[in-house]
Write a protein that binds this ligand. Structure first.
Ligand code: PLP
Length: 384
């Protein structure tokens, strides 16, 4: 992690009203911004993405967060949304037209694929390829407009070779979009690898406190302007000033939280890899040695979302194990301060069948000793 990123996360408010030196950014809790004259309103409305006119479009508290995210991702511009799905939906709708084809690579988040299924009704076709080593060229078509990917994915955490993919897509004039939620902007910079747009669910690590939903897309000024007018402004998945202030609060401690998530995750993975009741652990730290170029060149750290395969992983044993956990709470999200567990099986939502007995853990901040002790007592219940 670079010190410059820590400084970006913790930067002081420099927007309107900075005079008194408030440490926390002000929350501009207003739905609109009045102007001194009708002519001035008309001028600003004509370039709404650059001016504060109406909070469904822009708001100073939200803009401060957007600037921080653009800097962290090495992008020119960013737009924040009410949720990760808001960002994904606006991006796909803004960039695609009837007759286009989209290629989804890796185990892309289920609802993203469900949205792609809906887009079929509007003439947008897609293909899903879950095998990370698949030959990209083989799946591209003349009308492929977009390659959408996750690396790591968030079920089996497989890595894709980003520079190899973008070398092909750039040559063919195809856009690439990555969901970078697993790595956060601190551990992976996909725009540097040639990806065009980066999406985040800010609900996860960036928010970090499990008290806010949010999303973002980062890329070139031109792409973000297009997404603003053709996707964001019209669908209204707006991030409010209050939500932005909560995400900014999360961002200030993101570097230090990530370091702790990583320390805990590595210890938990070492423990799981040696456990006789576990047949596989899915996480880049478990699957890639430090000198694997995919791991070494693309990620500068690892976060705490992993999955494991339980030996003799019947539904009954998976349920018994999950119910026996006490510190790990049972819930579907991830990336918050609290450790969570859920089944890795999401019937009807995953493009490819998941391994039997798959359990997903989000390693929180409680401390590896407590987390391992909880897992240990839950494994012990399976021996009965
Ligand atoms: N991307 C990934 C990988 C996710 O896991 C999620 C949510 O779980 C999303 C996107 C959607 O984010 P949100 O729940 O903020 O809409």
């Amino acid at each position: 992690m670079h010190d410059i990123d820590r400084q970006i996360c913790m930067a002081a408010w420099d927007g309107p009203g900075a005079g008194p030196g408030a440490v926390a950014p002000p929350v501009f809790q207003t739905s609109l911004f009045t102007k001194p004259s009708f002519a001035e309103l008309a001028r600003q409305q004509a370039a709404e993405h650059e001016h504060y006119v109406y909070s469904r479009g822009t708001n100073p508290t939200v803009a401060f967060l957007e600037e921080r995210l653009a800097l962290l991702e090495h992008g020119e511009s960013a737009k924040c949304f009410a949720s990760g799905m808001g960002a994904i939906g606006a991006t796909l709708v803004a960039l695609l037209s009837a007759g286009d084809h989209v290629l989804f690579l890796n185990n892309v988040y289920g609802p993203t694929l469900q949205l792609a299924q809906q887009l079929r009704r509007f003439g947008v076709e897609h293909t899903i390829v879950t095998e990370p080593g698949a030959d990209l060229e083989e799946h591209l078509r003349d009308n492929t407009a977009l390659v959408y990917l996750e690396s790591p994915g968030t079920q089996l955490m497989k890595l894709l070779d980003l520079p190899a993919i973008t070398a092909v897509t750039r040559q063919r004039g195809i856009r690439t979009v990555i969901d970078n939620t697993w790595s956060t902007p601190l551990f992976q910079k996909p725009l540097d690898a040639g990806v065009d747009l980066v999406i985040h669910s800010l609900t996860k690590y960036v928010g970090g406190h499990s008290d806010v939903n949010g999303g973002a897309v980062v890329g070139s000024a031109e792409d973000i302007r297009r997404i603003f007018y053709d996707g964001y402004l019209l669908f209204g998945a707006t991030m409010s000033a209050m939500e932005a202030s909560l995400v900014l609060r999360g961002l200030r401690t993101l570097p230090v939280r990530l370091e702790q998530h990583e320390r805990n995750a590595v210890q938990v993975i070492d423990y799981l890899c040696d456990h006789p009741a576990v047949t596989a652990v899915h996480h880049p730290y478990a699957n890639h040695s430090g000198d694997d170029p995919l791991f070494r060149d693309q990620l500068t750290g690892v976060t705490g979302l992993l999955s494991l395969e339980l030996r003799d992983g019947t539904d009954e044993r998976v349920e018994r194990f999950i119910d026996a956990l006490k510190l790990f709470r049972i819930g579907i999200s991830w990336g918050g301060y609290e450790s969570l567990v859920s089944s890795g099986q999401r019937p009807g939502k995953d493009p490819a069948p998941m391994p039997r007995g798959l359990i997903r853990l989000s390693i929180g901040l409680e401390g590896a000793n407590a987390q391992i002790a909880d897992l240990d007592q839950a494994f012990a219940t399976l021996a009965d």
